[in-house]
Design a binder for this molecule. Structure first.
Ligand SMILES: O=C(O)CCC(=O)C(=O)O
Ligand SMILES: [Fe+2]
Length: 313
């Protein structure tokens, strides 16, 4: 099995499998390789997108009952067949399988009613894998998005940078108790790095139904909302790929060999990755599972809530 995503193999253009793809798929893989993201046509009806918004309305309202001006609903696929069907869209799954060379595992959905204004980050800080890079985000616009309602931004090519975990900024993850105390430092350090490397930001205008896929380590976030009266409905589905060791760097310290292991729920099967598979993947990764903190616990509800508000507004 490939130890890196297929779109990153050396001499991709000369590979027989790549040559056999149609030109749209080839373009998508080259864009992922060179820019760290691609935009694909997933051919969904507006009715499905509208139904997702409708299904989430009550949850959005509940989430805002504390006075917040925006809402983020996690795991809408559990109560909305439409959100689930977007996460399992066959065009997305097919492209991901081709791009990564492994079966995709959709494991989480997030629905937003407004721009997140989320500071720039790499999703690898939340969801990392060994072998490295087997994770991606798939972002679908549920309405038209422009520079005024808080579009997504990214730094093209930044997926080629090394992954910056907490160790690289001289911090250990908060293993025990698991907390998010270092995340603000991570955001600040990353911003300084972006400035010192003079990376160029792009913000993306999208039409309802457009779908953007970003590679795990692409630096991205949400732009400021200039028009506060406007919504920005969107759904993000996060995917892992089969046969990896999955962990949360923010709550891990590879330096001290302590990992906060994830057991992602596969939305396709409705089942979590089994413990024995997780052990197998860890052993494939050369990690002795006995030495790990198999810590499925999360920071306390209160802390998690304030963290999520900080991250997603
Ligand atoms: O929608 C956004 O503004 C950013 C979302 C994001 O970064 C994520 O879901 O990983
Ligand atoms: Fe993200």
């Amino acid at each position: 099995m490939l130890e890196k995503p297929y779109f990153l193999i050396p001499d991709l253009k000369d590979d027989a499998k790549f040559k056999s793809l149609d030109s749209k798929d080839q373009d998508a893989l080259l864009s992922l390789r060179n820019e760290g993201f691609c935009v694909i046509d997933i051919n969904v009806d507006d009715e499905l997108l509208d139904k997702i918004i409708e299904d989430c309305t009550e949850e959005f309202e509940k989430a805002k009952s504390d006075g917040s001006d925006r809402a983020r609903v996690a795991s809408a696929h559990l109560f909305s067949e439409s959100a689930k069907s977007l996460a399992l869209n066959p065009n997305i799954l097919k492209l991901l399988k081709t791009a990564y060379g492994r079966e995709p595992i959709p494991f989480g959905t997030l629905n937003f009613d407004r721009g997140t204004e989320q500071p720039t980050h790499s999703d690898s800080i939340h969801f990392n894998t060994y072998p490295y890079g087997f994770m991606c985000g798939v972002w679908v616009a549920l309405e038209d998005i422009d520079e005024n309602n808080g579009p997504l931004h990214y730094y093209p090519g930044s997926h080629k940078l090394p992954f910056f975990g907490l160790d690289q900024f001289s911090m250990h993850g908060s293993v025990n108790p698991p907390t998010y105390e270092h995340y603000p430092v991570y955001e600040k350090e990353l911003q300084r790095l972006i400035e010192s490397l003079d990376l160029k930001k792009e913000s993306v205008t999208m039409r309802k139904g457009d779908c953007l896929i970003w590679a795990a380590n692409l630096l991205h976030g949400g732009d400021p909302i200039h028009d506060k009266s406007r919504t920005r409905y969107s759904q993000v589905t996060h995917y892992f790929f089969e046969d990896c060791f999955y962990y949360t760097p923010l709550l891990s310290s590879p330096f001290t060999k302590e990992f906060n292991i994830r057991r992602p729920m596969n939305i396709i099967t409705g089942e979590p990755i089994s413990v024995s598979d997780q052990e197998k993947f860890a052993s494939n990764a050369g990690v002795n599972i006995k030495a790990l903190t198999n810590n499925e616990s999360e920071p306390s509800g209160k802390e998690k809530k304030s963290f999520m508000q900080r991250v997603f507004g």
